[in-house]
Design a binder for this molecule. Structure first.
Ligand SMILES: Nc1nc2c(ncn2[C@@H]2O[C@H](COP(=O)(O)OP(=O)(O)OP(=O)(O)O)[C@@H](O)[C@H]2O)c(=O)[nH]1
Length: 241
């Protein structure tokens, strides 16, 4: 069966967490700032390098502290599921020093409180709003060196606005985590060279843009129910299907 890979997206207010997720899933971007007030769950399925992965992407509102234990995690509705994810995407705005400090703090708290046996949980640091490069507050090399060499985390800069490096970000994430766990995936579920996103919330044909970013291609974003080859293969389908 396809294994589910749970990913949490965290960061300070307004750094572009939701914009990154929505650009990845729906190829859309809005200049309007709508603050996230509750945790949002997205359930895409992606195919990468011939393997199907069920993803759970959890877009969290800014949290004040990472929950230190399960009790605290479940007492705060905004934090639910945060400690048990398989990977963290920590987003900062390259033009906002405080948002990088936030990422630093949350990363430290994750390390200090992480569940025993999850020491390998990957953390990817993301510098968003790369299109506003002129307003960058910390030189790229400094951040990249700190994150890669000292923290031993992945580092990606992207622009949700221009859909720049968004696929790269998710491909890095899958390469570092989900792909390593999916060696058992059945050959019948292989679809070469395609990345297919299925969102159960919308469950409709969303787009058919072809993108090539080396590691995988986004061939079409559509409801699995409308892809004959995938019917009956155990994929999640929403009510509209
Ligand atoms: N220029 C530029 N603006 C961006 C980019 N990504 C997001 N924004 C803008 O930044 C603002 C905040 O984006 P959101 O995606 O709502 O940020 P967020 O981190 O989810 O916000 P909260 O959940 O409320 O903390 C919006 O006005 C977006 O249009 C980007 O890559 N470039």
């Amino acid at each position: 069966m396809v294994s589910t890979y749970r990913v949490a997206v965290l960061g300070a207010r307004g750094v572009g967490k939701s914009a990154i997720v929505r650009q990845f899933l729906y190829n859309e971007f809005s200049e309007v700032c709508v603050p996230t007030t509750a945790r949002r769950l997205y359930l895409p399925a992606v195919v990468m390098n011939g393997h199907v992965h069920d993803l759970q992407i959890l877009d969290f509102p800014p949290i004040s502290t990472f929950p230190v234990n399960t009790l605290q995690e479940w007492a705060d509705a905004c934090c639910r599921g945060l400690r048990s994810v398989h990977a963290y995407i920590l987003v900062y705005d390259i033009c906002c020093f405080d948002s990088f400090e936030y990422v630093k703090t949350i990363r430290q708290q994750i390390l200090e409180t992480r569940v025993i046996g999850t020491s390998e949980t990957p953390i990817i640091i993301v510098g968003n709003k790369r299109d506003l490069q002129r307003g960058r507050v910390i030189p790229r090399w400094n951040v990249s060196h700190l994150v890669r060499k000292t923290w031993k985390c992945g580092y990606v800069e992207c622009s949700a606005k221009y859909n720049w490096h968004i696929l790269l970000l998710f491909s890095e994430l899958l390469k570092g985590g989900a792909c390593a766990r999916c060696k058992h995936v059945h050959a019948a579920l292989r679809f070469q060279g395609a990345l297919l996103c299925v969102c159960d919330a919308h469950c409709a044909v969303i787009g058919s843009q072809i993108k090539n970013q080396g590691v995988f291609s986004l061939v079409s974003v559509q409801c699995v129910g409308s892809v004959p080859a995938l019917r009956g293969k155990g994929f999640p389908t929403g009510p509209a299907c």
